[in-house]
Design a protein around this ligand. Sequence first.
Ligand SMILES: Cc1cc2nc3c(=O)[nH]c(=O)nc-3n(C[C@H](O)[C@H](O)[C@H](O)COP(=O)(O)OP(=O)(O)OC[C@H]3O[C@@H](n4cnc5c(N)ncnc54)[C@H](O)[C@@H]3O)c2cc1C
Length: 512
Amino acid sequence: MTSLWLASRTETGADSRTAESATDPFEPDARYDEVVVGAGLTGLVTALLFARAGKRVAVLESRSIGAVATGRSTAKLSLLQGSQLQKIKAHTYQSIVQAYVDANRAGQEWMLEYASSRGVAVQRRDAVSYAGTAEGVETVGREFRLARAAGLDVRLVDRTDLPFETFGAVVLPDQAQFDPLDVLAALAADVRSLGGVIVENTRVTGVRASDPAEVRTSRGTVFGAHVHLTTGVPILDRGLYFAKLRALRSYAGSYEVPMGGGELPQSMYLSVDAPSRSIRTAPGRPTGDGSKGPATLIVGGNGHPVGRAGDTQRLVDDLHDWTARHFPGAVPTHSWSAQDYETPHRVPFVGYLPRGRGRIYFASGYDKWGMTNAVQAALTLVSDLSSDSPSWAKTLHHRATLPAAMASGLGANVATGWWALKGWAGVLTGPSTDALPIPAEGEGLIGRSGIHPTGTSTVGGRTCQVSAVCPHLGGVLTWNSAETSWDCPLHGSRFAPDGILLEGPTVHDLRV
Ligand SMILES: Cc1cc2nc3c(=O)[nH]c(=O)nc-3n(C[C@H](O)[C@H](O)[C@H](O)COP(=O)(O)OP(=O)(O)OC[C@H]3O[C@@H](n4cnc5c(N)ncnc54)[C@H](O)[C@@H]3O)c2cc1C
């Protein structure tokens, strides 16, 4: 499954807007001031800020620019974020809510200014958090009050222009949306123009907190005064952050909708209740005769913890069915999914990694609000090193963990423990690999080779057999039918059918 954004780059061939321009060469043993691991939005903004400060920067990316969360985002750049403020408030103090809003405002302002200076197309849109059920009305009211108290110019409305029943909404005018790969392409070009290098297809496998820090990769070693892990979830286990983050995957589809001369709803919408639905449009692309094609509808939702949803294809089908019901005649053009990470208090983790001797830093846990949070994280990482952190960053660094956040972290770890047991119990009491049929196209089956869990799948006519044990902490993998991948229900690592690592905290492929 490929996102509308990533697909448009491959469908039209290499055009000037392509983020994935040719990789820079890997220079073994090279020394840099700042080594940034991961070329998503966090990594590239961090790299650009350091390059602008005159630092020698290298970005090391295991896949390609934007290949993971950023290139699959719905890319709303908004300070109204569904019901996010009340989720934060439930786990921490009002001062943290305020600092979160201030941080996101700084991120949004930076991004708008950057996009404007680089000619990146941005559409200004109202953000709308709506109640899809009568029970959601109170949530809308709470979000309105918290947003107002935090200085956001929100208003309450009784109805929206969505083509189905809603029960009131909170609206924040003049937010923004874009194509995330346009932004990444501009950032990558700017990093390179300032002498930075961006090396793709280079997986970082370990970092030693020596002076300078030693960064081990799949292609050799490089050195950096500092190393910034902007890898979604941190790839080093120091500080056990993987256990404090919940990996949540969700789905999106883009649709052509016959509007009979009318227009698609123009704002950026997010329901505050179940089923969670995120709705926006993308401007029509130029057609062969030079005119602009019709706008595309994008609908997202049906999230779940990675590896724990059973048949994921049914979630994609459900999203398509829902869209066809509410936007009659909608025809899917692309479907995709992606994952992001949730912290117990819903505020991102940004800062130094414990036992990293002040050399290793990381940013994670944007809870699907990375367009603003990735930028505020980058601003934080860079300003922390010059001891010039904005006051919102200082407040967020010193947040207290309330019992509610501890309880939610504990609950998440109990669930993880249960999935670890369930995986192993299922395999040990299940059939041996030899007793299983060859999986049908698109199917993956887990069996036992002796007592070792083994996954067999058939994708594109090719049957592959791999170890079904996650190299991170030994979780038994589950088959993701929508993405045809092996996913770990413990901490969210994911692998292609042939065992190659796609994403997650591990740095190893599956044993074949
Ligand atoms: C379905 C969905 C919709 C979303 N919609 C929105 C939205 O509308 N608005 C919003 O604000 N946010 C949204 N988000 C959140 C946002 O997309 C993410 O928070 C953001 O893109 C994260 O950026 P990142 O740079 O931290 O991570 P990524 O973009 O995932 O980048 C991390 C990079 O690190 C690389 N990497 C990982 N491990 C290694 C390694 N060992 N060595 C080298 N490189 C490595 C990866 O390959 C990857 O390219 C959404 C998220 C999801 C899942």
